[in-house]
Design a protein around this ligand. Structure first.
Ligand code: 5RP
Length: 219
């Protein structure tokens, strides 16, 4: 089975976690786009969605799915999103699509976070295949990069990329991620950063892994 089919398999599995009449948080990326296609089939059975990016909001509306502002909903029952890397402890690296800050906000607000990935995203240690993106306020880019170097990282400016929040992204290689929750907290302390792509403190509650033969569940 090809990678797209595995992503779709995981995305279809997430549909079972959607509660009737609820607000669903929707992530960003190619795997999540398959979830949006699946969600469109039951759009009349949910109250609304909240979107983690302008691209996702546009696709949801295109599929006839109601999109609300996070500030105007009482509760997000479920957040569904992909990841760039995922450990067996359900800790993640996210943000290759640049939506990490809004993704982190919705994941924090949601009662339950279901992550959908194909099996190529599974790693033993975070940082093996993907850098950690850090969203920074543009004037803090140089300062934040120096701080990241002092922490042992090797930051690269994602030149030309501007997030939905108007910020820049540094992709950081080489960080020690053996204890990702601690590293996440340390990165959060760098003044001028908005968010980093480590989802270790608020990790996924469930991960659905499309393997081709089955949807493997990590919980
Ligand atoms: C976007 C993300 C995505 O969830 C992550 O990059 C995975 O994307 P894809 O499903 O396209 O592989 O964090 O900011």
């Amino acid at each position: 089975m090809d990678v797209e089919a595995k992503k779709r398999q995981a995305a279809e599995g997430a549909l079972e976690h959607v509660e009737i009449g609820s607000v669903v948080g929707v992530g960003t990326g190619s795997t999540t786009n398959h979830f949006i296609d699946a969600l469109a089939r039951i759009r009349h059975r949910i109250d609304a969605t909240v979107a983690s990016s302008e691209a996702t909001a546009a696709l949801l509306r295109e599929r006839g799915i109601r999109v609300s502002d996070l500030n105007s909903v009482d509760e997000v029952s479920l957040y569904v999103d992909g990841a760039d890397e995922c450990t067996h402890h359900r800790q993640l690296v996210k943000g290759r699509g640049g939506a990490l800050a809004r993704e982190k906000i919705i994941a924090a607000a949601a009662r339950r976070f279901v992550c959908i990935v194909d099996d190529s995203k599974l790693v033993d240690v975070l940082g093996t295949t993907a850098p950690v993106p850090v969203e920074v306020i543009p004037m803090a880019r140089g300062y934040a990069a120096r701080q990241l170097v002092s922490l042992g990282g090797n930051p690269f400016w994602r030149e030309g990329a501007v997030t939905d929040n108007g910020n820049a992204i540094l992709d950081v290689h080489g960080l020690d991620l053996v204890a990702p929750a601690e590293t996440e907290s340390i990165l959060n302390q760098i003044t001028g950063t908005v968010a980093n792509g480590l989802f270790a403190r608020r990790r996924a509650d469930v991960v659905l892994v499309g393997t081709g033969s089955e949807v493997r569940i990590l919980s």
